[in-house]
Design a protein around this ligand. Structure first.
Ligand code: FE2
Length: 380
């Protein structure tokens, strides 16, 4: 017979499943609600960000009725009803077993002050001139991001961009995907909603390491793109909150996408990934596809969430972002292991049509390095 008690002045509950007692924090429970306001009915993706949850969230009332856990949260008196089996299956109150964050010289960590200095090249130049291509790729290796202007305004032009440095990585979304408003979206990326800065597909392992977004139409109001350097955000978190950095780099988060038939992608990786020697090697951040975090022990979960919230606030800080609007025939290439991208909301008037595809950063680095060698050899 299950029983539940409010503990720690409402900060958590203790759920007794007939002798086995597990504790759950208010913020964890609220973040993992499955009601229609929190999760999209069609695809199960989370509709809220952590900033939609009050920092002083607490549990006002909790009861078990059959196989349901019913919780009322202060301060907004929200009532949320949980499947008790799901809660028990996602228990994190388990026994606890017991100079990082550097980047290599080839990496240039940036913020909004670098707005005018991002790598931009002309499409026809990089397709005809190897030195121009090498310079542009060098910029992408450094910045994790680059823009191309003056390309053809035709469907599939993004494949010509991928051909410049590598190969398209095909996924369940296809060889490429269309980014425009759809009536019944399988993914929130295909609606006119603004999207919080994120890395794509953290539920894959490995993630697609390059994304290309190519603009074919953009007359809609809004819809600007933003990019944020995840390495800059991680290093800022480390400076401002070393313990938060430690938590987000020491414990795995979980990501999941099962928004279409026959697809059930899951991964278990840290939000801030360090190599064993402490090098910063990756950032995964995506509120829509974050699954229940169950690899953080109870004793660290509240601090983990505080660090997660703090990293989100850093990512949302306009001082960290570079903003631009793509014109038809323009595209951007982003290192998806490092740089987050976002889009402001756009209205139904006018049209916005982008085509996107994935490729790989190792191929880009390889093409870059080979070109540099070729240019050096030619000069000798
Ligand atoms: Fe995206």
């Amino acid at each position: 017979m299950a029983d539940v008690k409010i503990i720690e002045d409402g900060a958590a509950i203790a759920l007794d499943m007939g002798g086995a007692v597990s504790r759950y924090h208010a913020v964890w429970l609220r973040d993992n609600a499955w009601d229609e306001q929190t999760r999209a009915a069609g695809n199960g993706q989370r509709l809220i960000t952590l900033s939609d949850i009050p920092e002083d969230i607490a549990i006002q009332h909790a009861s078990v009725e059959g196989d349901r856990l019913k919780v009322t949260f202060a301060p907004n008196e929200e009532q949320i009803d949980y499947d008790l089996n799901w809660i028990v299956a996602h228990c994190y109150d388990l026994p606890q077993l017991s100079e990082k964050g550097w980047v290599g010289d080839e990496i240039l960590v940036w913020d909004s002050a670098w707005q005018g200095q991002v790598p931009v090249a002309d499409f026809s130049q990089v397709t005809q001139d190897k030195e121009a291509l090498a310079t542009w790729l060098d910029g992408i290796v450094q910045f994790g991001f680059g823009k191309l202007t003056g390309g053809p305004v035709e469907e599939g032009a993004l494949f010509q961009v991928a051909d410049l440095f590598g190969y398209v990585r095909e996924t369940n979304y296809g060889r490429h995907f269309e980014v425009r408003t759809e009536v019944h979206p399988s993914n929130l990326a295909f609606t006119g909603l603004g999207l919080q800065a994120h890395t794509d597909n953290p539920y894959r392992d490995p993630v697609p390491t390059v994304q290309i977004l190519y603009c074919l139409e953009n007359s809609a109001e809004g819809g600007e793109n933003m990019v944020v350097d995840g390495f800059a955000c991680a290093q800022r978190l480390q400076r401002e909150d070393p313990r938060g950095f430690h938590l987000l780099s020491s414990y795995c988060a979980r990501f999941e996408f099962a928004g279409e038939d026959g697809v059930c992608l899951r991964s278990r990786r840290p939000m801030i990934e360090l190599a064993p020697d402490g090098a910063l090697v990756g950032v995964r951040f995506n509120n829509r596809s974050a699954a229940a975090i169950t690899d953080v022990p109870y004793g660290d979960m509240a601090a983990y969430y505080a660090a997660y919230r703090r990293l989100g606030k850093i990512i949302d800080d306009p001082e960290m972002e570079i903003t631009f609007k793509l014109e038809p025939g323009e595209c951007f290439v982003v290192d998806n292991t490092r740089v987050l991208h976002a889009r402001k909301g756009y209205s139904g008037s006018g049209s916005r049509w982008l085509q996107g595809c994935y490729a790989d950063m190792d191929g880009l680095r390889s093409t870059h390095a080979a070109l540099v060698q070729e240019i050096i050899r030619a000069a000798e």
